[in-house]
Design a protein around this ligand. Structure first.
Ligand SMILES: [Zn+2]
Ligand SMILES: [Zn+2]
Ligand SMILES: [Zn+2]
Length: 150
């Protein structure tokens, strides 16, 4: 099912309307490659002449996340980045607390163990976010990794 249809379906299921703002937001979010934050998105929307306020983004990004079309990566200090999930394989993240780099990884073993743990708890998993915080190779190298999370 095309992303716009999936989003429309999700919205109607939750008694929300497909507004022009939401449609523009969806289109833009799906056109971004890689991880982006709210400021990146505001800049992109501004360049195309779409007037979408920061408040609108803060209100609607969670809706897009819940619909499963985008994924949220929690950064340090309550910051967040997003990425489109449409047309992408499931993957998990390592977030560097030093430079803010996001490394993607896929591990069949980790996936299998998570499924196994759920089975044991008789928990029906509909999705998961597995995220590792720490320091990337170059940040760990210059001694910044000695302290705990800042
Ligand atoms: Zn995973
Ligand atoms: Zn780093
Ligand atoms: Zn990712």
């Amino acid at each position: 099912m095309p992303a716009a249809e999936r989003f429309a379906l999700y919205l109607s299921k939750h008694r929300l309307k497909m507004t022009r703002e939401r449609r523009a937001l969806l289109e833009h979010v799906l056109s971004v490659r890689g991880h982006f934050d709210v400021d990146d998105l505001l800049r992109r929307l501004g360049r195309t002449g779409h007037r979408v306020s920061r408040a609108t983004l803060y209100r609607n990004l969670p809706v897009l996340v819940e619909s499963g079309l985008i994924h949220k990566v929690e950064m340090a200090r309550g910051q967040a980045r997003y990425e489109r999930m449409v047309g992408r394989h499931h993957h998990d993240h390592m977030v560097c607390l030093g430079c803010g780099d996001i490394l993607e990884f896929e591990s069949p073993e980790v996936e299998r163990i998570q499924e196994e743990v759920c089975r044991r708890k008789r928990f029906v998993m509909t999705g998961h976010t597995h995220q590792i915080r720490g320091y990337c190779g170059s940040c760990a190298g210059d001694g910044r990794a000695r302290g705990k999370e800042r």
